[in-house]
Design a protein around this ligand. Structure first.
Ligand code: SF4
Ligand code: SF4
Length: 366
């Protein structure tokens, strides 16, 4: 995760003067071409979790899955546009029998790339050796609470225990810690009071912790049973949680990934029901690809902008429609979401952005 944030923000650094100045002179945006470095790739829609914060598991039955050969062709397209990081998303990527083989294929085609695996952790213990042997660089496991709180949110009895066992197994097989492990928690009313315990747990396990902000704009988070109940959080609890995160970050920044004062400030506002304004720049650094080969401009909430059955990624990125979409995102003409909000916060606040890059570079080196 930190690698993702670092590379995205550094990359944006080169585009930064025109991106920042575009808020005063909008025509500058027309001169900035998209050159994404991250791809979020849905390698399956299948999922063995039953999260109350997501609909993917309800809608998986009629969805296709890209074959190994189709994905291999996509990797060559990613290489052509110099993608640096590929995220295997789902559904649950570890449900694919060929996940290790896919990662090895990425590494053989794109030698310098980093691979990020976003997993619910249910199969981690069983597949730990495969993950290690495959060359996957970062494993980000969703953990939404301690014990039964997590199991209730994830909808799977025993989920917490299985995740912990998976992490322990991965660490046992990887004493030199080649693979970076992170646990990520989506903050909702049921678990926000457990943030201090989640941070402590990550430290006990000697891994890092990060959080996401729950929202329902992306298509797979819409039409949930009771989204309002997930968002109803006491203001005092929000204040205390943000203060706690801020204190803990100062004490030990290494164990808390992507947590920055400007991001915490945003989270504070958002959790209280506001939608702070920013210029969305995700389209300049990130693309999403779903199981139909639809291409999204770093945004799951707006419709796809092309399809790789019909056009090459390289051509699509140069098209006027892609550039127009990026300008629309910049103007925040969209349903609004919290996806990648930290990158947006850092780019919208240049001083914090620069500090963040320097701090994280020194953390990675130390
Ligand atoms: S949030 Fe992830 S793990 Fe949970 S149901 Fe959705 S895809 Fe599966
Ligand atoms: S903020 Fe708007 S444009 Fe940016 S990713 Fe979210 S919905 Fe898309």
């Amino acid at each position: 995760m930190s690698i993702l944030y670092n590379t995205s923000v550094i990359k944006l650094g080169f585009k930064f003067p025109p991106v920042f100045l575009a808020r005063y002179y909008r025509n500058l945006l027309k001169m900035i071409s998209p050159s994404p470095i991250d791809v979020c790739l849905k390698v399956t829609e299948r999922c063995n979790s039953r999260c109350i914060t997501c609909n993917i598991w309800r809608e998986q039955a009629d969805k296709p899955e890209l074959t190994f050969e189709e994905l291999e062709k996509l990797f060559y397209q990613f290489k052509a546009i110099k993608i640096k990081t590929i995220g295997f998303y789902g559904g649950e990527p570890l449900l694919r029998d060929d996940i290790g083989e896919l990662a090895r294929k990425v590494k053989s085609i794109m030698k310098e790339s980093k691979i990020l695996l976003i997993t619910n952790g249910l199969l981690l213990k069983k597949k730990a050796q495969e993950v290690l042997d495959s060359g996957i660089d970062i494993v980000c496991i969703s953990l939404d609470g301690i014990g039964e709180v997590n199991d209730m949110i994830r909808g799977v009895p025993g989920d917490y225990q299985r995740i912990i066992e998976g992490i322990e197994e991965l660490k046992r097989l990887d004493p030199k810690r080649k693979v970076t492990i992170n646990i990520g928690s989506t903050l909702v009313s049921h678990n926000i009071h457990q943030v201090p315990q989640l941070i402590d747990l990550a430290r006990e396990l000697d891994i890092s912790w990060s959080f996401n902000l729950f929202d329902t704009s992306a298509y797979h988070f819409r039409d949930l049973d009771d989204p309002l109940a997930l968002k109803q959080i006491d203001e005092k609890v929000i204040d205390e949680t943000i203060e706690h995160m801020s204190r803990e970050r100062k004490k030990d920044p290494k164990s808390m990934v992507g947590i920055d004062p400007v991001g915490l400030n945003f989270a504070h506002e958002y959790l209280k029901g506001k939608e702070p304004f920013f210029h969305c720049v995700l389209g300049y650094v990130r693309i999403y690809i779903d199981s139909y080969k639809n291409v999204y401009s770093g945004c799951w909430a707006l419709p796809p902008i092309g399809n790789l059955e019909r056009e090459e990624l390289k051509t699509l990125l140069k098209s006027p429609k892609y550039k127009e979409r990026l300008q629309q995102m910049y103007r925040l003409e969209c349903p609004y979401c919290t996806c990648g909000y930290l990158i947006n916060c850092l780019v919208n606040h240049p001083f914090s952005g620069l500090q963040f890059v320097f701090r994280n570079i020194s953390l990675v080196r130390s």
